[in-house]
Design a protein around this ligand. Structure first.
Ligand SMILES: [Zn+2]
Ligand SMILES: [Zn+2]
Length: 344
């Protein structure tokens, strides 16, 4: 199969031909139809998030078709969902089924985090496209317990960004509770999905972009944001919550300053530059600053059926597999709105 391989920090991905993987017990062999690009991939390329065992195929927003199913898992209990993980197992996938594969690729199911419905924090978790080969390839294998049916309404390319931008965005939104006015700092793949969810839920989305990025601000308004402006601007109303997607620590005090009392700032990225010091007054009045890490399978089971009801419409720019480096560079340089998707 053709694949794009990460070899070392600082190098572009390399186009290679290698044998297609075979599914082990409990795994699915998936023919990849689309794999969306995530900012986390840039952090991996730059070494800000580490890949322990290179070389590695990146890509963790995979949509594809099941080609083969591995042997059933023999060990008793090995394929049981963790308690607290909403344990109704999805019907077993069969060849021909269309499935999505997210960032969370495996958890031990036995630690205190897994057993309390917080498998996103499992210390032994393995992540797709970091610890397990991902979707920048013609084929991939994935643990069947971490694959999800894709809503029929979505073509492959439009579905791919739901698998991380959508899922982790949705988890971040859930951490905002019943906040009505929500600031979205960094209007990329996640925010363009969340703006639509906010509008459907009767919330108001306020979009913050780099100063002067009028194209993205217009895009945000088009998707239902009630206001769009520069990150340094104060919105017309105090915000009940803010989600920071841009990996820029300097946004934290700006977002806190835009919050009403008791408001929450959620940092949505896996990596962020250092947060500058700020006066305690910005946190005072029961304001909350927190991060969101990874996802649980419950997030996927909630969000994927919700997306077509909103209905979330994703805007994607498609790139053939061999141009994955160009897609990554375009993400870095903010050359598109919405999400980039690799099509093998
Ligand atoms: Zn991601
Ligand atoms: Zn665990």
């Amino acid at each position: 199969m053709r694949a794009m391989l990460f070899e070392r920090v600082g190098d572009p991905l390399r186009a290679v031909e290698r044998d297609s993987p075979s599914p082990g017990p409990g795994e699915l062999l998936i023919r990849v139809h689309a794999c969306a690009v995530c900012r986390t991939d840039l952090h991996l390329l730059d070494g800000e998030v580490e890949i322990d065992e290179p070389p590695r195929i990146l890509g963790h927003q995979i949509v594809g078709t099941v080609e083969a199913v591995g042997a059933p898992v023999e060990a008793p209990g090995a394929q049981v969902d963790a308690p607290g993980e909403n344990a109704s197992p999805a019907p077993a996938a069969i060849p021909g089924d269309r499935v999505g594969v997210p960032w969370l690729g495996w958890t031990d199911g036995t630690c205190a985090w897994c057993r309390s419905g917080r498998e996103n924090l499992c210390p032994r978790a393995r992540f797709t496209g970091r610890d397990i080969d991902g979707g920048y390839a013609e084929y991939t294998v994935a643990d069947a317990r971490f694959c999800f049916p894709i809503p029929h309404a979505y073509p492959d390319e439009q579905a791919a960004p739901l698998m991380c931008a959508g899922l982790i965005g949705y988890r971040a939104l859930r951490l905002c509770g019943d906040a009505r006015r929500i600031g979205l700092y960094g209007f990329g793949a996640s925010a363009h999905i969340l703006a639509q969810v906010c509008a459907a839920q009767g919330r108001e989305a306020y979009a913050f972009t780099r100063a002067g990025d009028e194209r993205t601000q217009a895009f945000a308004r088009e998707l239902g944001a009630v206001w769009a402006g520069a990150s340094e601007e104060r919105p017309p109303h105090e915000l009940d919550a803010a989600i920071i997607f841009a990996p820029v620590g300097a946004l934290v005090p700006l977002a806190l300053a835009a919050l009403a009392p008791a408001g929450t700032v959620v940092c949505g990225g896996i990596h962020m530059s250092d947060i500058p010091s700020f006066p305690y007054e910005l946190l005072w009045q029961e304001r909350v600053l927190r991060s969101v890490a990874n996802l649980t399978r419950t997030d996927a089971r909630e969000f994927l059926p919700l997306a077509p009801q909103v209905p979330v419409r994703t805007r994607v720019s498609a790139y053939p597999l061999e141009r994955a480096n160009e897609a990554l560079d375009d993400l870095r340089q903010v050359r598109f709105t919405g999400s980039a998707v690799i099509v093998p």
